[in-house]
Each structure stands twice: as C-alpha cells, then as structure tokens.
Design a protein around this ligand. Structure first.
Ligand SMILES: NC(=O)c1ccc[n+]([C@@H]2O[C@H](COP(=O)([O-])OP(=O)(O)OC[C@H]3O[C@@H](n4cnc5c(N)ncnc54)[C@H](O)[C@@H]3O)[C@@H](O)[C@H]2O)c1
Ligand SMILES: O=c1ccn([C@@H]2O[C@H](COP(=O)(O)OP(=O)(O)O[C@H]3O[C@H](CO)[C@H](O)[C@H](O)[C@H]3O)[C@@H](O)[C@H]2O)c(=O)[nH]1
Length: 329
C-alpha cells in the first residue's frame, strides 16, 4: 500500500493525530483536513500535508480533492460529545451528517471510492445483549449516536447509487496515547484524562457520574481501546474492497471505579473522587463483541490492557501538562 495517499478529515484531533502518525510510519502519505475547532496544528505529524478547512465549505473541499487526488478518505472529523449533543442536537446533525455529505459529494465528483468512517458504539443505545454484536439493534439514546447512525445510512445509499465503498468502524472508548500524540480537548470530558488531571494536581478530585447503574459496583462500564490499536484497525480495514462494518473494542469492560483504581496504582496519587448525578444520555454498559473484526481482518488489540492504556496516557499528560499549547482562542 506504499503508493497510497489518504485524505484524513479531523486528522488534527485526538484519534486522527495518532492514526496519521501510524499511516506515515507504514509508508502511506496523508493529507490532513481540519478546521482546528477542536484539534491542534501541532498534533499533525510534520510528514503529513495540512489544509485548514471546514467541511461545511463545499467548494473548498471539491478544490482540495481535485488538487490532491487522494486514493481514499478516512473521516474522523465530527462533533463527538454525548452530553453536548443532548444540549445542541443541531450542531451534531449539521456537522456529522450534512458536512459529511459534502465530503461524499467531493468523492463522487473526483472518483474517490473508499472511505473509512469513524462510527461509534453510541449507535447501539441501550443494548439488549452484551457483548454487543454488529448485527445488534441500533437505537441511539442521544443525538450524537443518532447522527453517526444517520451517516452510516447515507453511506449505504452512496455505496448503492455511486459505488462508494464505506468501511465503517464503530469504535468503543478510545483511550491512551502514542509517544508524541495524546488527548487535549478544549473542555475535557473524557474519563481517563480527567482522572489524570487530578493526579497532576490540575483538578481537586475526580467525579463519578452516577453510582446507581445496574453494574457490579454501580458505576458505568465501558470498553476502552488504545488509540494505537484503533490506528492499526484503520490500516487493516483499508485493504477491504467491499463495504464492511466492524466493532473496534477489546471485549473487556471496566467500570469508572476500576479506572480510578488503575490510575491510582499507576500514578501513585491518591485521586479522591466525588459522586455526581449520571450524565443525560449515558448508557450503563457498553462492551464490544470483537469476533467479526478478529475473524475477517485478523485484527487484535495489542496495547489495550487497561494498565497500558492508563500508563501511556499518564506519560503523555506528564510530558504535556498544558496539552499542545497552541490554542488560538
Ligand atoms: N474518542 C472516542 O472515544 C471516540 C469513540 C467513538 C467514535 N469516535 C469518533 O472518532 C472521531 C475522532 O474522535 P476524537 O476523539 O479524535 O475527536 P476530536 O474532537 O479530538 O477530533 C475531531 C477533529 O475533527 C475536527 N473537525 C470537527 N468538525 C470539523 C469540520 N466541520 N471541518 C473540519 N474539521 C472538523 C476537529 O477540529 C478535530 O480536530 C470522531 O468522529 C468521533 O465521533 C471517537
Ligand atoms: O469525569 C468523568 C468522565 C466520565 N465519566 C463516566 O465515564 C464513562 C466514560 O465517559 P467518557 O466521557 O470518557 O466516554 P463516553 O463513553 O461518554 O464517550 C465515548 O464513547 C461514546 C460512545 O458511547 C462516544 O463515541 C464518544 O465519542 C466517546 O467520547 C461514562 O460512563 C461517563 O459518565 C465519569 O464518571 N466521570
């Protein structure tokens, strides 16, 4: 695949930056398109091209495709916060569906067929069966999950009508860091970085959003997958020539309390916590069945033990206590 050139939307964000680094290390060239609304210019590997552009800019996008002539697209760009989507659904449907359609139209106009799409376990809503299989019912309980499911459906029709080849990855919870790139969001909402901010002395105590879930310790359970493993799943799926869809997780779930316990062990910090009300739209338990991706892509998570995830995130946050420090606003 060394001839390949990939156009990567959202490549300055958390998962995108690690994936771009991974692609480049594999000899694939990458052109990052990002409006830097959430991502960072310094999170884009020097070996990649960069274009600051909003996917809402239809014409700019078309010109970019005409100029760059990519072989395929990896589409990370999105709004991606469950709680925010419960307050502002419009932003989620506009960015995650309408702007995605601009991207597909530019692909159709320039003859680019393959697109890897970052979908999410939030499409499953409150799953009836755990671990969750890809064929499980999709019934999102927040606009974020609904917007991703909508775009999966749009992709199906573009495949049927225009011959687009959608390679859909439904990630579970991305976590951890590479040596160079980690998680730095404007307002951090994700559990692991927030807990590590307590260990760094940046936050007084951790917060547990709800301890009355129907789980063994009452706190919510998630399937945490290392961003480096997510990156390797993208490389693996790019080999596919037909539309496909996979869960990307580990098959193991950890509760919020277990994550805090692991962070205490790794950082040596006491990490006190307070219990807060559960967040709107948060399911109690999301754990992947990963049989399909193992079977069909021979993909296995290699770095996703909870200890390795938290260790790598801790290393990154300790070396970047103020994140990338390149915010303009
Ligand atoms: N982080 C997770 O746990 C997780 C889980 C499941 C799915 N996902 C999906 O993976 C993708 C990446 O997630 P992330 O955690 O890296 O998010 P992120 O917010 O760190 O990265 C998203 C990037 O997209 C850019 N962007 C957003 N809207 C844009 C637009 N209109 N035009 C151009 N650029 C735009 C942002 O500036 C940012 O750099 C998202 O699609 C998200 O829904 C993430
Ligand atoms: O300070 C915190 C932060 C989070 N949580 C809890 O920890 C769990 C994990 O929360 P995150 O915010 O880290 O992740 P989410 O599961 O909410 O969201 C992630 O998974 C979603 C799918 O459910 C989406 O794909 C989204 O993009 C991705 O960030 C949730 O139960 C949340 O309520 C806390 O208790 N305290």
């Amino acid at each position: 695949m060394s001839y390949m050139k990939i156009l990567v939307t959202g490549g300055a964000g958390y998962v995108g930056s690690v994936c771009v680094e991974f692609l480049l290390n594999a000899g694939i060239s990458a052109m990052v398109v990002d409006n830097l609304s959430e991502g960072h210019r310094t999170a884009v590997d020097d070996r990649a091209g960069f274009c600051r552009l909003d996917l809402g800019d239809r014409d700019g996008l078309l010109r970019l495709f005409q100029r760059e002539k990519p072989d395929a697209v990896i589409h990370f760009a999105a709004r991606a916060l469950v709680a925010e989507s419960m307050r502002d659904p419009s932003a989620y449907f506009r960015n995650n569906v309408c702007h995605g359609i601009h991207l597909l139209d530019a692909m159709v106009a320039t003859g680019v067929r393959k697109i890897v799409f970052s979908s999410t376990c939030a499409v499953y809503g409150l799953p009836l069966k755990i671990p969750i299989e890809e064929r499980g019912e999709t019934k999102p309980i927040n606009p974020y999950g609904e917007s991703k499911l909508c775009f999966e459906k749009v992709l199906r029709w573009y495949a049927e009508i225009h011959g687009i080849v959608p390679l859909v990855l439904r990630y579970f919870n991305a976590a951890g860091a590479s040596e160079r790139y980690g998680e730095d969001h404007k307002e951090e909402t994700h559990l692991i970085p927030r807990v590590l901010q307590v260990a760094l002395g940046r936050r007084r105590s951790a917060e547990i959003y709800g301890n009355g879930f129907s789980t063994p310790d009452g706190t919510a359970i998630r399937d945490y997958v290392h961003v480096r493993d997510l990156a390797s799943a993208h490389l693996a799926v790019l080999r596919r020539e037909q539309p496909c869809l996979y869960n990307v997780g580990t098959g193991e779930g950890y509760s919020v309390l277990q994550v805090i316990e692991m962070a205490r062990k790794i950082t040596g910090a006491p990490i006190p916590y307070e219990v807060r009300p559960a967040r709107a739209g948060d399911p109690p338990r999301l754990v992947a069945n990963v049989h399909k991706i193992r079977q069909e892509l021979s993909w296995l998570p290699e770095h996703s033990r909870l200890a390795e995830i938290v260790e790598s995130a801790w290393r990154w946050h300790r070396t970047h206590p103020d994140g990338y420090q390149d915010r303009e606003d």
